[in-house]
Design a protein around this ligand. Structure first.
Ligand SMILES: Cc1cc2nc3c(=O)[nH]c(=O)nc-3n(C[C@H](O)[C@H](O)[C@H](O)COP(=O)(O)OP(=O)(O)OC[C@H]3O[C@@H](n4cnc5c(N)ncnc54)[C@H](O)[C@@H]3O)c2cc1C
Length: 517
């Protein structure tokens, strides 16, 4: 099919019909089965419900189960400000600080359940960013554009369909020190190559896009601040994940398979290179096109919402790692030693300071955004945006700690995870009694439980899964260097200088200094 001939995204009409609000995991997976086969993995095209994708679907399924779970449903549902319907919180626009608290707590609770990332936060974070940006872009354009109207129509479809959204922000970026417009190849950042009466055509590639292979919709937004000569890069839109012209090249991160020593929860993850090969997007699905200032704010706002989400997921991963460190120390018989106590207190500090920063970011949430050169200004239609300093310091702290945490796990375990026997040997009739005898470290714990524990420990610290996990925990939502830039450019350091100068007798204390944050 040619680009010109594409009038409607594949599967869009069919899914448009689905108006029920909260789906079951089975309905969600059934929807994925109907999608166009545009997933490429290691030399072949795979279905969305391919065996390799099952662990990732198992994780996402938890977000659908949670709305019917008596313990979780209050946290995981919200009332749509558009329709008044009860919807899955992952589709909600935060109306007040309480919504932000609930998003953070929902994220921590669900990540605890699956033992790692819950995967659905990219969608909610992008949707909240674009809600504010599309509104402000229309305002700046004096009502000559209809981005926000388009967005709200799409949002209603997204909420009533209970759809899963991925966010494609990160561009391949080519030559790192050059701006989009300076790149040797202009496609290193996704951009508009043609504007037509019924839509736009875009080209480029977004990478590391989490759970795009199991998402219904993909929200595309800019990566960075853009100059007036980079208007074609200031574009935001939503398309179905199987849209004509979009190719997804997957990496799949599944845990090592087990036949005998079964796990309590089997999860997995996927990330995609999303190649946009001259993709047509109808105007109804375009939420920003050419407003470079708002493009930069959009990049910043998604990052902010996403760093706030990390104040839910990283503490949950901290919960898992703290539990692992403590159990490893018990199994090794070193639980009461002073160096283990020191390491446990380090895990707890990272975990709970990350949570506390997110909690404060929620409590101080307002319909305001920090714009370089302007400071904090009202922004968007009144929806709630987390405090930027606290969201950034929390994410930076937990991001920087990722490899420190791994170092502590390595230290407590000793060399065992690196050479642990394979399941086939552990269950071999000849070897089993011998291996169980020599793996025994704590006579108070059944050997089968010790084996299961170390297998999980290996998954999280010494495996093909642990590598991508650590990279994601470090770089996802923006590398710590990006948070350092946000913190130092937004924090009121002048106020602190004034405090020092007043104590030194150099200048008067300025009004409001004692009570400002
Ligand atoms: C597992 C995983 C999942 C992810 N999921 C998503 C997702 O769902 N959606 C999404 O949009 N993104 C996602 N990301 C992308 C993530 O946001 C980026 O990895 C992060 O922003 C860093 O960008 P980069 O990988 O291009 O690294 P780079 O920006 O290339 O960084 C590499 C190094 O170069 C330095 N550098 C880069 N540019 C400059 C410069 N101009 N000046 C000086 N130094 C520079 C950096 O500081 C760093 O040291 C994911 C990443 C991972 C690893």
């Amino acid at each position: 099919m040619t680009i010109e001939a594409v009038k409607e995204p594949a599967g869009f009409q069919a899914r448009e019909q689905r108006r029920h609000s909260m789906r079951t995991r089975e309905q969600y997976i059934e929807g994925l089965r109907k999608m166009r086969k545009n997933l490429y993995y290691n030399g072949s095209r795979i279905d969305r419900d391919d065996e390799l994708q099952q662990p990732a679907l198992n994780v996402m399924g938890v977000t659908f189960d949670a709305v019917r779970d008596p313990e979780l449903k209050d946290l995981c549902t919200a009332t749509s400000h558009l329709t008044g319907q009860t919807i899955n919180r992952f589709c909600h626009i935060h109306q007040n600080p309480d919504d932000l608290h609930k998003k953070q707590n929902m994220t921590r609770a669900l990540c605890r359940k699956v033992g790692f990332c819950i995967q659905r936060c990219m969608g909610i974070d992008a949707v909240n960013a674009v809600n504010a940006v599309s509104f402000e872009a229309d305002r700046s354009n004096g009502g000559n554009t209809e981005y926000h109207k388009n967005f709200l129509k799409w949002l209603e479809y997204f909420q009533t369909g209970d759809l899963v959204g991925a966010c494609a922000q990160t561009d391949v970026k080519g030559e790192r020190l050059k701006r989009p417009i300076q790149q040797t190849d202009p496609d290193m950042y996704l951009h508009v190559v043609e504007k037509k009466s019924d839509g736009i055509v875009v080209r480029g590639c977004k990478l590391h896009i989490s759970e795009a292979s199991i998402a219904d919709e993909i929200m595309v937004i800019p990566t960075r601040a853009l100059g007036p000569d980079e208007k074609e890069y200031a574009v935001a839109f939503a398309i179905p994940a199987d849209h004509e012209g979009v190719k997804q090249v997957l990496s799949i991160h599944n845990f090592r398979g087990r036949k005998y020593y079964k796990k309590g929860f089997v999860g997995g993850y996927t990330d995609s290179y999303l190649i946009f090969d001259n993709v047509f997007v109808p105007w109804e699905r375009v939420f920003l096109c050419g407003e470079n200032d708002h493009g930069g704010v959009c990049a910043l706002l998604f990052a902010l919402f996403h760093r706030h989400s990390y104040s839910g997921c990283k503490p949950a991963i901290g919960d898992v790692l703290t539990g692992m460190a403590s159990l490893a120390a018990r199994h090794n018989g070193i639980r009461k030693t002073s160096h283990v106590r020191e390491m446990l207190s380090e895990f707890i500090k990272i975990t709970e300071l990350g949570y506390a920063a997110g909690y404060t970011a929620s409590a101080l949430g307002k319909p305001e955004v920090y714009i370089p050169g302007m400071g904090s200004v009202p922004y968007g239609p009144g929806s709630c945006i987390p405090n930027s300093i606290y969201a950034n310091v929390g994410r930076c702290l937990t991001g920087e700690a990722v490899f420190k945490e791994q170092e502590m796990l390595c230290s407590i375990a000793g060399g065992l995870p690196a050479t642990f026997p394979n399941e086939g040997d552990l269950t071999d009739p000849e070897l089993k009694p011998l291996l169980e005898k020599y793996l025994m470290r704590n006579p108070d714990v059944p050997i089968e439980d010790q084996i299961k524990f170390w297998m999980l420990y290996i998954d999280y610290s010494c495996s093909g899964f642990a590598g991508p996990m650590n990279y994601g925990n470090y770089h996802g939502g923006g590398s710590p260097i990006m948070e350092q830039i946000a913190i130092t450019s937004q924090y009121n350091i002048k106020l602190r200088e004034n405090i020092v100068n007043s104590i030194a007798g150099i200048e008067e204390l300025k009004a409001g200094t004692l009570t400002s944050l």
